[in-house]
Design a protein around this ligand. Structure first.
Ligand SMILES: [Zn+2]
Length: 359
């Protein structure tokens, strides 16, 4: 017995030794990773306000940028926050799949769209933050991809709110137009964000911000209107959610997390207060990522609770065929946003080649 125990301890010790060797093995596998640079050493368009160091060099091989996933630089936390967020959503989706029949129950498709679009936007964002440092063209193209991710997530949000969270009175007013308008607003905010980025140099910063923020704010207000109406009724008339309306707490959570994330998206805090001291940890954009992940997790939880508790209502409001139409519209919206981003990437390519010729 003692021999078996000793043998197991010995094996465990060997395994621990192997784990301790992993960082060294990684270092040996990547013998010549260039170090990071200061802001003055990278072109202007790569510099972030109040971030003084931790920039990766341009024009390295793709392998280098993939491996910087394990390096300390000023985008590491931005990449990992959304990678881990995507993993959390994936785990939540697997857990839900034990009780929800995502294939045969068409009423579960809006929830499936939300799960897919959430993983989609987090993955696009992680890829953008990881690979955009390669060149100016990559910088534009990968952030256009990020905007496509965000736009299709807006659709995912709209569809669960309209399908599960809507009250009968608001449904009566927006029936037939809600999802087409939501789809149009996804395309508009994708275009606004891409165009704002494309005109980076030639437009004043406030015009660019208006182009990027206003269509997204309009889309958010429209897509979340069913939730606002329900939360408003809760605050005004009930005071406390009834037993089967636990979802309202999570809806409240998603709105609170979204609004606080929007604050950090539009304000470069805390790095403006501590310039050069948030280069690796503590940038406003990192806080924005984390709050957006919390917003998404609350939204998924709220939508699942609505899916379970409000079934008689949404089955009556949407019938049997609307879910299929919304799924098709989701695919059309993704394709349309991808087309917009591809078109804008073409414009960037032209602009960069003109700049190259002018040199
Ligand atoms: Zn980001």
């Amino acid at each position: 017995m003692a021999t078996i125990v000793m043998e197991k301890i010995g094996r465990l010790f060997i395994n621990l030794q192997q784990i301790r060797q992993v960082p060294q093995m990684l270092r040996e596998a990547v013998p010549s990773m260039p170090g990071t640079l200061r802001d003055g050493e990278v072109p202007y368009f790569f510099r972030e306000r109040h971030i003084h160091a931790g920039y990766r060099p341009l024009h390295q091989g793709w392998r280098y940028y993939f491996l910087t996933l394990f390096q300390r630089h000023n985008e590491t936390v931005n990449v990992w926050t959304h990678l881990l967020g995507a993993l959390l959503v994936f785990m939540k989706a697997s857990q839900l799949a034990e009780t929800v029949d995502f294939i045969r129950d068409p009423h579960a498709w809006p929830l499936l769209i939300l799960l897919l679009s959430s993983m989609g936007y987090m993955t696009c964002s992680a890829v953008a933050h990881l690979l955009a440092a390669k060149s100016e063209l990559c910088h534009y193209c990968f952030f256009f991809l990020d905007y496509v991710g965000v736009a299709q997530y807006q659709y995912g949000s709209a569809v669960v709110h309209f399908y599960y969270a809507v009250e009968e009175s608001w449904h009566r007013q927006v029936w037939g137009i809600f999802m087409p308008v939501a789809s149009f607003l996804c395309c508009l905010s994708c275009l606004g964000c891409c165009y704002g980025k494309y005109r980076n140099y030639s437009l004043p910063p406030w015009v660019r911000k208006v182009g990027q923020v206003v269509p997204s704010a309009v889309a958010y207000s429209w897509d979340t209107s069913p939730v606002f109406q329900r939360l408003g009724a809760w605050v005004l008339f009930h005071g406390e959610p009834s037993g089967n309306d636990r979802a309202l707490w999570f809806h409240f959570g998603q709105v609170a997390f979204f609004l606080s994330s929007a604050f950090f998206f539009t304000h470069p805090l805390p790095e403006r207060l501590f310039p050069g001291r948030c280069d690796i940890f503590g940038q406003g954009h990192q806080i924005f990522h984390v709050l957006l992940v919390f917003c998404t997790l609350c939204q998924i939880q709220a939508s699942h609770l609505d899916y379970v508790a409000r079934r008689p209502l949404y089955m009556r409001l949407h019938g049997d065929s609307e879910a299929a139409f919304f799924a098709v519209l989701y695919v059309i919206t993704v394709i349309a946003c991808a087309q917009i981003a591809t078109f804008m990437a073409g414009k960037v390519r032209q602009l960069l080649s003109c700049k190259e010729k002018a040199k």
